[in-house]
Design a protein around this ligand. Sequence first.
Ligand SMILES: Nc1nc2c(ncn2[C@@H]2O[C@H](COP(=O)(O)OP(=O)(O)OP(=O)(O)O)[C@@H](O)[C@H]2O)c(=O)[nH]1
Ligand SMILES: [Mg+2]
Length: 341
Amino acid sequence: MTVNNRNVTAIGIGSAGIKIVSLLSRRSLLIDRYAYVSCDEGDFSTVDPKDTILVESPIDQKLSPALVRGLALNSAKGIQAAVSGSEVVFVVAGLGGATGSGLAPVVASMAEQCGATAVGVAVMPFEFEKKMKFYAGVSLRRLRAAAKGVVVVDNDTLLRSSPEDSTLANLYDTANKAVVKALASMLSKPAEGSKSLGMNKLLGTVIQEGYSLLGVSSSGADDKAEDAIAGAVVSLGKLAEAREAGHAVVSLNADESLSAQEVGLAVGRLGSIMDSEGLDVEYAVDYSGSAQLQVSLLASGFRSTKYDDYDPLAKVLGNRVLDDEMDTALPGGLELLQSCD
Ligand SMILES: Nc1nc2c(ncn2[C@@H]2O[C@H](COP(=O)(O)OP(=O)(O)OP(=O)(O)O)[C@@H](O)[C@H]2O)c(=O)[nH]1
Ligand SMILES: [Mg+2]
């Protein structure tokens, strides 16, 4: 039986996407099936081999997102089989490398062609990964065009301390824990004593005009609900104008020391903290945490973000493109090549 009667699939793509989805798969969430796609077999070391799809790539060529997009056509059948029958497909990737940036938009559009609602989860590079920004920006634009909605997660906003005193592996590890905690809190199954969000409210927030951004924060202060919510707003404020948000979901993970009244007041004040009058807010509370309250804030409706600058070509060209997409240049589109059974 599927949870929520939705038949939900999560697909991890590339090194970061696979790590994040494999961590999610160990939790009990509103996700029925998991799959993993990459050009690099090494990415599959922690997942069940039957859930993997290897996109074969030539050994003598440096991969680029464009090359990977082309190579994905050879794996179309496998990708379609992974998404077929799904009502919702979450496509999770770190953007900025070749594999995730190339494959995420293709997998999202294949999922849509197979009748699913595709929702991207795009992890954006750390500020110091400057070389990754251009591919990340271009891929985010493509992913937003291919999927119904995209949750953008910024690696920098996931860290509590500065990156200077840590190895890259540690940074990724910390960021993964934070993003998995946030996504799991929003995709949790209904449980006794907690207030879960449910797929409809989550998708209702993500599938809106403009960008959807995920911010996280925590607090152990006396007024921890308001303190942590304000902290999450500050983290989103580094990416976009908080006041542009029209919809938001907040999930709080704490222990029994968090009072219902405190939650009600803090959530009720979110609109004024974000300076967004009429902000539509949904929330979830889970008491399985600790005295240190963790808040995840997903807000949508942002017209522009810092990522617009990652892809300067898009600003110059507006809606025009330099060259047709291979798939749109075909007389009947991509469907002519492979149909979804
Ligand atoms: N949060 C998090 N981000 C990661 C991790 N690994 C890489 N990233 C980020 O994700 C983006 C893409 O990196 P990768 O996932 O390594 O790239 P890939 O998709 O495997 O592509 P190639 O290996 O270049 O073919 C980069 O901007 C990194 O900042 C990870 O484990 N966790
Ligand atoms: Mg990789």
